[in-house]
Design a protein around this ligand. Sequence first.
Ligand code: ZN
Length: 133
Amino acid sequence: MKLLKGTALYSIILGTCPICQNESMYKKRNPFILNQLFEMHDRCTHCNTKYKIEPSFFYGAMYVSYGIGVALGVAVFLISHLLLKTNLLVSFVLICIAVIGLLPLEMRLSRNIWINLFMKYDKKKSKKTSQNA
Ligand SMILES: [Zn+2]
């Protein structure tokens, strides 16, 4: 993962601050702790970036979430129906299980993608803060 540091992919996969990538944006890193799925820090303690740049900022992540959900459903269908040769009903059940089971992960991923569309990694802020820490 160290190889990816500095790329948006690093922040998207790990849920780190999009600017310095030194700490997690979420209070609990595990997305499957459902009652704290959306609990985020207000600001990064390293670079002081405000995550929610405007009220209801993360509502836009719904559009990303929709795309991820459709992609996941299509992927499960292709694997189950075309590769494993299951019938349509079994494929449908598998799609439901995958989409519902991975929903917390999908929610986090969509938020991470959404915030990384608006903020870019800043090498100076990342180094400055890691030397101070
Ligand atoms: Zn930061």
